[in-house]
Design a protein around this ligand. Sequence first.
Ligand code: HEC
Ligand code: HEC
Length: 203
Amino acid sequence: MKILLSLAMIAWMCLALIAPAQAAGNIAAGKAKAGMCAACHGQDGNGGADPTWPKLAGQDPDYIAKQLADFKAGRRKNAIMFGMAAALSAADMKNLGAYYASLKSQPGAANDAQLAKLGEKVYRGGNAKMGVSACMSCHGPSGHGIPPRFPKVSGQKTAYTQNQLLAFKAGARANDGETMTRIAFHMSELEIKAVSEYMAGLH
Ligand code: HEC
Ligand code: HEC
């Protein structure tokens, strides 16, 4: 499992290297479209009142555009975001990606030190016994991600991250080419909670 995942990762990285440079989105055009997003994702992209509404600031622009396309097509299922993405064109998605990527991510914090310690072990070392790869091999040692394929996971809200990992584990979120679904499937709920706590404090 671990070897297979590593091979898949290398293949993606090669693809990323040979892929033609894509036209970048327009930050100003993205900002003009972001008015209706601010209620939940924050004026500065650092999230709203509900801890299950994710931060978007500083996220990889192509990852954001991909998620919006996935919500619109129903590949990633969420009733709220399905409605939000429905009216967006592919160009809007790129522009929104460029806009949110340009905003500064505010650091988050791990509130439970003991839980974060277990989370650190999973994040840095994986869990060989259960076939869980080290998260940092794809998301980077500081959680900044490896564009364009592996998103930033640092400083995100714990509750949002935990929701996503539980959704991957249950197969309810399956827009990831099976990478995360396979990984999360082997994680315990405690490991999921712990790694989410740890990643919130990464910066
Ligand atoms: C009413 C609240 C609400 C509004 C308004 C809203 N969102 Fe969301 N958004 C959410 C929630 C909740 C999620 C998490 C969905 C899930 O759990 O899968 C989300 C997830 C996302 C994600 C995925 C983030 C990730 O890290 O994978 C992106 C990108 C996103 N929203 C962009 C937007 C954009 C762009 C707009 C405006 C056009 C917008 N949202 C408007 C609530 C909202
Ligand atoms: C082989 C590479 C790989 C490894 C290892 C990996 N991930 Fe991922 N991860 C991905 C990819 C690819 C995505 C993006 C999926 C998509 O496009 O929707 C992702 C997405 C995520 C997301 C969703 C981010 C968001 O904003 O919604 C979280 C959370 C996450 N990974 C956590 C982890 C954790 C925790 C581990 C370790 C237990 C881990 N990942 C290991 C490749 C990997």
